[in-house]
Design a protein around this ligand. Structure first.
Ligand code: FES
Length: 68
């Protein structure tokens, strides 16, 4: 039986970002580090955000085949 947690630390949004709860440091593809600054941060998984590594909502207008 699967365990269920009410407040997971990491949530994968289908077709969208990865949600991180709490404080984290994200290292992007160029090796730059970014510290989270919100209670919940959205990390882009589609690669199309203009505000990498964060999700800016661009994934919502992508065709299904380009969504993560
Ligand atoms: S996942 Fe939202 S812009 Fe990439």
């Amino acid at each position: 039986m699967k365990e269920h947690f009410d407040h997971p630390d990491v949530v994968v949004c289908p077709g969208g970002p990865l949600l991180l709860r709490g404080e984290h440091v994200i290292e992007d593809a160029e090796g730059r580090q970014h510290r989270t600054s919100r209670p919940v941060s959205a990390v882009c998984r589609c690669g199309k955000s203009a505000d990498q590594p964060w999700c800016d909502g661009t994934h919502k207008v992508l065709p299904d085949k380009l969504k993560p």
